[in-house]
Design a protein around this ligand. Sequence first.
Ligand code: SAM
Length: 348
Amino acid sequence: MKNKKDTLITLDNFIDDSLYNKKHGYYMKKNPFGESGDFITAPNISTLFSEMIAIWVISFWEKLNCPKKFNLIELGAGNGEMMRVLIRTFNKFPQFKKSCKINILEKSELLQRTQKANNKEAKIKWLNNLNRLNNFPCIFIANEFFDALPIKQFLKKEKKWYERNVKFVNNKKLEYLDIPFDMQKFEKEINFKISYNQNFIEYSPLTTKYLKTIIKKIKLNNGGILIIDYAYLEKEMKNTLQAVSKHKYCDVLNGFRNSDITYNLSFNLIDKIIKKLGPCSSLSTTQKGFLTKLGILNRAEILSKSMPFSKKADIYFRIKRLIDESQMGHLFKVMFITNHKNKFKLGF
Ligand SMILES: C[S@@+](CC[C@H](N)C(=O)[O-])C[C@H]1O[C@@H](n2cnc3c(N)ncnc32)[C@H](O)[C@@H]1O
């Protein structure tokens, strides 16, 4: 962007540069997780979250008739904390452990190094392309992965569609600029009518690209994907773009390359996309519903029985953050996509 007075880029390109610019991108230069970082994710709140995911994965593998070899793929593994607890739990199930080929898809080299440091003893394959997976059944896990992918925004004004762009004025000041957009042509290109009954659209081309590969793998080799993310179920899409720095919301443009930019997934849109790629089936629920059905409270009770009060209180305080309706319990949703013949329902 040097030596030019004004530069204009689409919102998804802006987010991509802000988060994933090779040298200056937020996720490429910083480990943002934890109390001392910018935000905290469920695996870093309580190990019980990852234990529940481990139990879900093992049960799903059983439902797939315990394949002797299968791929477990974590998409966007952050600081590797969830994988650490998954593997610790898997170690208690030797037959499962022997069958499981563990993979991580991670874009940030810095975070790959953190993940390796957090999982020193483990046999993990780091991927940069899902097409390189072996042809075994695949179980994909995506906790706060899709909300970190760049999105486009489209808005309708007086029956006309506009695409949101970001303008770098004198390469210093940043502002939004909405530019007329040929929605019909775009929908032809993507072969999908995203504008039906909408006045505002958030669409991630990269999410569609990943879903295409994942559904192809599931159809070919069996398996499924578990998505846990900021999401909503209503049909009408809305503007959910946000940025976070030091555990507080901040301005998306002011936070360029120094804050986490995210959005809330429309599960309705994802459902439409995967049904088009199908045949496959999907189930969705809240994080509260999912973790409660998997027995997180029973597990906490067993674990804390002989603990002193302070430790017991800490366990329940952390679980409350995960399942309370005013905290992550409702804001986070869970979606399970699988082969349409598979009737596995645990957690839903
Ligand atoms: C919000 S963090 C979530 C981390 C972790 N799942 C957790 O819950 O703590 C998003 C993660 O996805 C990674 N990521 C983002 N885009 C990616 C891409 N296109 N391919 C692989 N990893 C990506 C980021 O580097 C980061 O590790």
